[in-house]
Design a protein around this ligand. Structure first.
Ligand SMILES: [Zn+2]
Length: 128
């Protein structure tokens, strides 16, 4: 079973998460700009005007749709990064939110913002 993280280990994960947050924010700004620049001459910068379903857009909008899909993914990841940083501040980082057991280090190294240990992640996935 994995052991609880030491404070210097938590610190190094904090650094990884802060870097990841900065990178994701930069990517999102850039992609949002690119997506909105196309076919949105009078956009107010609000994503809610953009059709989000594949059926609503023609193939010429595929690139935009693709970019918006990436934005959604990255936004989801960014939210998880924020939550992980909150958990670091709360002192609960590295523990599974489901079973409260420490998450294995290799999993944290691969996915520092993960909320669940591998067992719970698999179970949640199979449950849908
Ligand atoms: Zn778990």
């Amino acid at each position: 079973m994995a052991s609880v993280l030491k404070s210097d280990e938590v610190e190094s994960f904090r650094q990884v998460l802060v870097d990841l947050r900065a990178r994701l924010r930069g990517d999102l700004d850039q992609m949002t700009d690119e997506a909105l620049r196309r076919d949105q001459p009078d956009s107010s910068g609000n994503l809610s005007n953009v059709p989000l379903h594949m059926a609503d857009v023609g193939t010429e909008n595929y690139d935009q749709e693709f970019t918006l899909g990436l934005i959604e993914n990255e936004q989801g990841t960014l939210e998880q990064v924020y939550e992980a940083l909150d958990r670091i501040n709360a002192g609960t980082f590295g523990r599974c939110q489901e079973c409260d057991e420490p998450i294995a280090r290799p999993r944290l190294q691969a996915l520092p913002y993960t909320r669940h240990c591998i067992q719970c992640a698999r179970e949640l996935e199979s449950r849908g």
